[in-house]
Design a protein around this ligand. Structure first.
Ligand SMILES: Cc1ncc(COP(=O)(O)O)c(C=O)c1O
Length: 392
C-alpha cells in the first residue's frame, strides 16, 4: 500500500525508491527478477505472501507498489497490456448496465466497448465530454461507469475532470480515467476523486518501446479487491521480465515526460507557423480550445503528443508520414524515440467511419509522439517532411 511505504517522499524520489528496496538476501541495489511461478508454503492450507504467480509475484508486486504510490491509490494491478487493464475495469459491469465514454478515446478502447462489452449485454454511448449538459443528459438510471481519457486521443482535448467526476458521482456511477497521455507526472485523477486510473504502461511508464503492459490503480480498497478478484480470475497479469522493465522505466518517468513536453511545445509552435499546416492541436498552445483548463489541471507541462492537420488531403498526410527520417512511422507513443502516424488509417482505424467524423478525426490529421531527441533535429525533420508531402 502506497501510504505505508512512501515516507512522505516527493514524486521523483518515490519513482526510484518505492517498490525498489535493496535485496535483503544479497544487498543488490536492483532487486532480482523472480521468474518462479510457484512458491513454497508454510503448511497445507497455510498461505505465505506469494503462492502462485498469477495471483501474485514479487517482481510484479514491486512495480505495483511504485504505481500505487505515484498515482496516489490504495492499490495497483499490473496487466499484460493496456487493453487487458481496460477490459478488467469493464468486467465490473454486467448485462443491462450502461457505459458512457468520451468521444475522443483510443481506437482500441472504442473497439473493446463496441465489439466485446456490447456482446456481454453492456450498453455503450459515446458523448462529447466538453458539453457537460450533454453528459448529464446521457446519464441513465443504469449508467454504472463513465470512461474518459485525461488528455483525449488523438485531438488532445482536456476534459473538465473535476466537474465530470462530480456529475458522475451524483448519478452513482464510477469514473475510470485512462491517464496514459498525461501520466501521473502531469495529472493524478484519483486525487480529484476518480475511482480508477488506467494506463497503457506500454507508453510513457515503460518509456522505451520494449515492454507491453497495462495498469489499474484503485482509489479505495473495496474496489481494488473487486478488480484483483477479476484479474486473478481471468489471468491477464504482467510477466516478471516486463514487470522489471516497467519498474526500470518508471524511475526516469518524471524527467522524460517533462523534457518531452518542453520539446512538444517547441514543435507545436513551429508547426503553427508552417505554411503546409492548417491546424495544430496541442493543449499548450493558446489557440487550443482547452488551453486554460489544461494549464489549471496539468502540473507543469502539457504532454508530448502533438496532432496537426496538413494542408491537403489523405494522400498529402500519407506522403508526410512516410517522409520523416527521425520520426518513425508507427503506432504507439510515449517512448524516447519520436513517432508519427495518421490516426484515421492507423490508431483510430477501428472507429466506425461516422464516429470518426463526429470525433473530428479527419484524413489529413497527423499525430506525433515527441521523443527525447534534440528538438531542433526533430523540427528540421518535420520541415523537410512537410515540404516533401506537399509535392505530389
Ligand atoms: C490512450 C491509450 N489507451 C489504451 C491503449 C491500449 O494499450 P495497450 O496497447 O498497451 O494494450 C493505448 C494504446 O495505444 C492508448 O494509446
Amino acid at each position: 500500500m502506497a501510504e505505508d511505504s512512501d515516507n512522505g517522499w516527493r514524486f521523483r524520489t518515490r519513482a526510484i525508491h518505492v517498490g525498489n528496496a535493496a535485496d535483503s538476501a544479497t544487498g543488490a541495489v536492483v532487486p532480482p527478477i523472480h521468474l518462479a511461478t510457484t512458491f513454497v508454503q508454510p503448511g497445507a492450507g497455510e498461505w505465505g505472501r506469494f503462492d502462485y504467480s498469477r495471483s501474485g509475484n514479487p517482481t510484479r508486486a514491486a512495480v505495483e507498489e511504485t504505481l500505487a504510490s505515484l498515482e496516489g491509490g490504495c492499490g495497483s494491478l499490473a496487466f499484460s497490456s493496456g487493453m487487458a487493464a481496460t477490459h478488467c475495469a469493464t468486467m465490473l459491469l454486467g448485462a443491462g448496465d450502461h457505459l458512457l465514454a468520451g468521444r475522443d478515446i483510443y481506437g482500441g478502447s472504442y473497439r473493446l466497448f463496441h465489439h466485446v462489452c456490447n456482446r456481454m449485454g453492456v450498453e455503450i454511448t459515446l458523448v462529447d465530454l466538453q458539453d457537460l449538459d450533454a453528459v448529464a443528459a446521457a446519464m441513465r438510471p443504469n449508467t454504472r461507469m463513465l470512461w474518459l481519457e485525461s488528455i483525449g486521443n488523438p485531438l488532445l482535448s482536456v476534459p473538465d475532470l473535476p466537474a465530470l467526476i462530480e456529475l458522475a458521482h451524483r448519478h452513482g456511477c464510477l469514473v475510470g480515467v485512462d491517464n496514459t497521455f498525461a501520466t501521473p507526472v502531469l495529472m493524478r485523477p484519483l486525487e480529484m476523486g476518480a475511482d480508477i486510473v488506467m494506463h497503457s504502461a506500454t507508453k510513457y511508464l515503460g518509456g522505451h518501446s520494449d515492454c507491453l503492459a497495462g495498469v489499474l490503480v484503485a482509489r479505495d480498497r473495496e474496489l481494488f479487491e473487486r478488480l484483483y478478484f477479476l484479474q486473478n480470475a481471468t489471468g491477464a497479469v504482467l510477466a516478471p521480465l516486463e514487470s522489471f522493465l516497467l519498474g526500470r522505466g518508471i524511475k526516469t518517468l518524471d524527467v522524460r515526460v517533462r523534457t518531452q513536453s518542453e520539446s512538444a511545445l517547441q514543435i507545436a509552435r513551429f508547426l503553427e507557423q508552417h505554411p503546409a499546416v492548417s491546424r495544430v492541436l496541442y493543449p499548450g498552445l493558446e489557440s487550443h480550445a482547452d488551453h486554460e483548463r489544461a494549464a489549471q489541471l496539468l502540473d507543469g507541462g502539457f504532454g508530448a503528443i502533438v496532432s496537426f492537420e496538413a494542408r491537403g488531403d489523405d494522400q498529402t498526410a500519407k506522403r508526410i508520414v512516410k517522409s520523416t527520417r527521425l520520426f518513425h512511422l508507427a503506432v504507439s507513443l510515449g517512448a524516447v524515440e519520436s513517432l508519427i502516424e495518421q490516426p484515421a488509417s492507423m490508431s483510430h482505424a477501428s472507429y466506425a467511419a461516422e464516429d470518426r467524423v463526429k470525433a473530428g478525426i479527419t484524413d489529413a490529421l497527423i499525430r506525433l509522439s515527441v521523443g527525447l531527441e534534440d528538438p531542433q533535429d526533430l523540427i528540421a525533420d518535420l520541415d523537410q517532411a512537410l515540404r516533401a508531402g506537399g509535392r505530389s
